[in-house]
Ligand binder design. Structure first.
Ligand code: F6R
Length: 365
């Protein structure tokens, strides 16, 4: 039931404060700020030598965000690849390794094949899945569920932010178990997570502004998304969302890579979506943005209001996010990239919930 919404995708975008809150409460005691994983880990985080992450599409981008989190908070080396590559790569795997698979449906053929490969290689197998009865859930040693509820829109939205929420909790738990985070640091990160559902609700208030900008985006044939660190992963997710439902060509680049080639594309017709929450890499992203502005690129900056004001670019269009601590910004910044893709597709009259050539569950390779 779509309720008051025109499409399932819109409904699912708006459900995010609730489903992320529900997922979070399953992993974190909201009163005490203690992480409480809802499963018994059959491995010891402290003894792991390597984490290998694999998934497809949007679930892969959730894994890419998590790579930064596991490396930073748990000091755990991470290898990540799309499942269609991982399954055939003949990757040598660490002796005491954990393989992590992420899937909304739990039925994606390549992800399942990657899981079977990891098992043959003697890895512990952990799956973050939204469908608890799925093949991937059944074949894993340990299941970390996302509580997004059924996702009907073909483009993944609420499953993605719930995956990020679970992955954030896992990274904190790993950090504590490995002694990479002190108890106080773990609590500080947990309190940042507890703020996320409220921040998602705030982020949804940018919808009218995004609807305006979507009219401009709907007139172009190419869009570039840039960001650094976890925002690079969000740039990839933004570009995928736009491509799959609006059919506008979009590409994402790590902001620091622009000068190594893609900056040649920039002219007055090229919108560049800059994902720039106020974090440790912000200054670097801003200087890349200024390089784009100097070449006439049309900048759409996604950041909080104060930060946009400090960006030093005159001709800039902004999507304002709530001010927030930086660590879990990707969960909140998912909202504007989803809404921008959604409204662009609506302006163009596309079939948002059933984009051409796509299926919700990809059970063939
Ligand atoms: C994009 C999208 C796809 C899926 C991918 C993996 O919006 O929905 O890229 O994320 O096909 O699907 P699951 O998560 O079911 O394994």
């Amino acid at each position: 039931d779509r309720g008051e919404y025109r499409h399932f995708m819109a409904k699912e975008i708006h459900e995010q404060p609730e489903v992320v809150g529900r997922t979070l409460a399953h992993y974190l005691d909201m009163a005490t700020g203690q992480i409480r994983l809802p499963f018994e880990a059959k491995f010891d985080w402290a003894k792991l030598e390597r984490l290998t992450i694999s998934a497809c599409g949007t679930a892969y981008y959730a894994g890419l965000v998590a790579k930064y989190w596991f490396e930073r908070y748990a000091r755990l080396p991470v290898d990540i690849d799309v499942a269609s590559e991982f399954r055939y790569r003949e990757a040598p795997m660490a002796r005491n390794g954990l393989a992590l698979f992420i899937s909304q449906s739990g039925e994606t053929a390549d992800t399942l094949a990657g899981l079977r490969y990891a098992r043959e290689q003697g890895q512990h197998v952990l799956a973050v899945v939204n469908v608890p009865t799925s093949s991937i859930a059944r074949e894993s040693d340990v299941v970390a569920p996302t509580l997004a509820g059924p996702e009907i829109g073909v483009a993944s939205t609420k499953a993605f932010t719930c995956q990020l929420t679970v992955l954030a909790c896992l990274a904190i738990a790993a950090g504590l178990a490995r002694g990479a985070l002190s108890a106080a640091e773990g609590e500080a990160l947990a309190s940042e997570l507890i703020a996320v559902p409220g921040l998602l609700a705030e982020a949804l208030k940018s919808e009218d502004r995004i609807q305006e900008l979507a009219r401009d985006i709907s007139r172009v044939s190419d869009v570039l998304y840039i960001g650094r660190g976890t925002s690079f992963a969000m740039a990839l997710e933004g570009a995928l969302k736009l491509k799959e439902i609006s059919y506008i060509h979009a590409e994402a680049y790590a902001a620091g890579e622009l000068k190594h080639g893609p900056i040649a594309l920039i002219d007055e017709t090229m919108p560049v979506i800059v994902i720039a929450p106020r974090d440790g890499l912000f200054e670097k992203t801003v200087s890349n943005m200024q390089e784009v502005a100097a070449r006439g690129g049309r900048i759409v900056m996604i950041s909080d209001r104060e930060t946009v004001g400090e960006a030093g670019v005159d001709d800039l269009r902004a999507i304002e996010m709530p001010r927030m601590a930086p660590n879990f910004a990707p969960i909140v910044y998912a909202v504007p990239v989803q809404l921008l893709a959604y409204h662009t597709a609506v302006v163009l009259g596309q079939d948002v919930d059933q984009p051409r050539n796509l299926a919700k569950s990809v059970t063939v390779e």
